[in-house]
Design a protein. Structure first.
Length: 461
């Protein structure tokens, strides 16, 4: 397994290697073709030059050639790789580079041939015959031999090889830079990733109270770090909830069990007479325990994961009215006023479970609103959802308790709740059922002014 650092550095180097190779290939091809056409053109110019230089060496009055000057032209040409033979008007040879300096000619020809072979060009020395004229009169002829179709002088050759050396230097230094850049970048990426992996490992080992800063500026890595932080947070919350749940269940069970234990013990020991009143009190404790177990079962069933909904098109307003009818007795006992308004709103919901939700919210409103209070229910419809609002003028919920009331076994005011008798499960069930419908439930409250629960059901589901 290769590390991220190695992989990134290698990838960087590969990219640079490919780029430099492509650049080298194209620049070489381009330079070669440009160079060849330039050199071919220069050769023609050079030949023209030799011809005109030679023509100037003929004296048309004396009909003689200046052999010394012809030799100078011939030697200059030879230096540049052109081997010439000059003939007069009647075809007699007046100067021949090979006759003049055989060794030099051979040396130059070998030099050019080997250089061109090294360059990779195919070709050989070929002779081209030209007529020499002066003022339109034929004065002789010349044979020019040179390496064709074109050849490179030593200067040209140096130019091409220094170009290649430069490309080599650029290539090697780019490779080096890319390797360093790759390493730096890889380290920047790898470090937060390694750190995140390390933190994730700690989370897996059960250490949730960690939040860390990655020190990176890369968006994806920041997202990763914040996801891991969220994960730690969520797990820590779950863990706390689980602990509290266990503690709460134990606490809830302990009180009735202790009462039952002492009462029955007293009766067995004969300290207490088993009067119907005492047995009734024991029976009530047993009923409370039974209710708690039932609540726990209800909660388990309402868990949105295994909650099966039996949806039908239902008018939420009508359903609300019918559920509220069951509270007529309690409402009049506490002298509470109930107002329900809104328009019929048909939505696809599980009628029984939604009825349960409304019952729960209504029962809380009744429970936590003192005598003479007011409960206001409304059903509204928007383009995409149906909204049910249940508002009471009761005790309200302290702001710091609001985020927790939908959690299992959460009770905002424990002492108050002892009297009202709830176990803190109702709202947890409400939330599960509504979540299973794809809806939402939120609570707003001002202590001593009242609470408002807003439930939304999406129309599309
Ligand atoms: P409980 O069975 O204790 O009523 P719930 O889950 O229904 O449990 O509610 C959780 C807590 O939220 C309650 O203990 C109570 O403190 C608070 N609560 C819920 N509804 C209201 C309300 N309408 N007014 C004031 N407090 C409320």
């Amino acid at each position: 397994m290769r590390s991220l650092k190695t992989q990134l550095s290698l990838a960087f180097m590969l990219v640079v290697l490919i780029t430099v190779s492509i650049i080298s290939f194209f620049s070489n091809t381009l330079v070669s073709s440009q160079f060849e056409s330039y050199i071919t053109k220069t050769q023609t110019q050079r030949t023209d030059h030799i011809l005109s230089d030679l023509s100037l060496q003929y004296n048309s009055f004396t009909h003689t050639w200046n052999i010394n000057a012809v030799r100078t032209v011939g030697m200059d040409a030879l230096e540049e790789g052109y081997i010439i033979k000059v003939y007069n008007r009647v075809g007699e040879n007046i100067w021949d580079a090979e006759n003049h300096d055989m060794t030099e000619c051979k040396h130059i020809m070998d030099d050019i041939t080997s250089r061109m072979k090294e360059y990779g060009a195919t070709g050989n020395f070929a002779s081209h015959k030209y007529t020499l004229t002066q003022n339109g009169q034929e004065i002789g002829s010349v044979t020019v031999s040179y390496f064709g179709p074109y050849f490179l002088t030593e200067g040209d050759f140096d130019f091409i090889s220094s170009l290649n050396t430069m490309l080599m230097i650029v290539g090697v230094s780019s490779l080096l830079f890319s390797f360093i850049a790759g390493l730096i970048l890889a380290r920047r990426i790898a470090r937060p990733v390694t750190k995140t992996a390390e933190i994730a490992g700690q989370i897996a080992a059960g250490k949730y109270d960690i939040q860390f800063e990655s020190g990176t500026k890369m968006k994806e890595l920041l997202d990763l770090v914040s996801s891991v932080n969220h994960l730690a947070n969520a797990l820590s919350k779950q863990e706390n909830l689980r602990k509290r749940l266990t503690a709460d269940v134990a606490h809830e069970l302990r009180t009735p069990l202790a009462a039952l234990g002492t009462h029955t013990e007293a009766m067995i020991d004969g300290i207490w007479q088993p009067t119907p009143a005492r047995l009734k009190s024991c029976h009530e404790e047993i009923l409370r325990l039974g209710k708690m177990v039932m609540d726990l079962e209800r909660l388990e069933r309402a868990d949105s994961d295994n909650l099966k909904l039996d949806k039908t098109l239902t008018d939420l307003l009508a359903l609300t009215r019918s559920v509220c009818e069951n509270f007529a007795g309690e409402l009049s006992n506490k002298n509470l006023r109930l107002d329900i308004d809104g328009m019929p709103a048909v939505v696809s919901i599980d009628k029984d479970r939604t009825g349960g939700v409304i019952g729960n919210l209504m029962s809380n409103a009744v429970k936590y609103t003192s005598k003479g209070g007011h409960i206001q229910i409304s059903v509204r419809e928007t383009d995409s959802e149906v909204v049910l609002t249940i508002e009471d003028s009761g005790a309200g919920i302290p702001e710091n308790e609001l985020p927790f009331i939908f959690e299992r076994f959460y009770r905002a005011d424990k002492s108050r709740n002892r009297n009202t008798g709830g176990a803190g499960i109702g709202l947890a069930i409400v939330k599960s059922v509504i979540a299973a419908h794809g809806g939402t439930v939120v609570a707003q409250s001002k202590p001593n002014k009242g609470s408002k629960f807003v439930v939304t059901f999406p129309k599309s589901i």
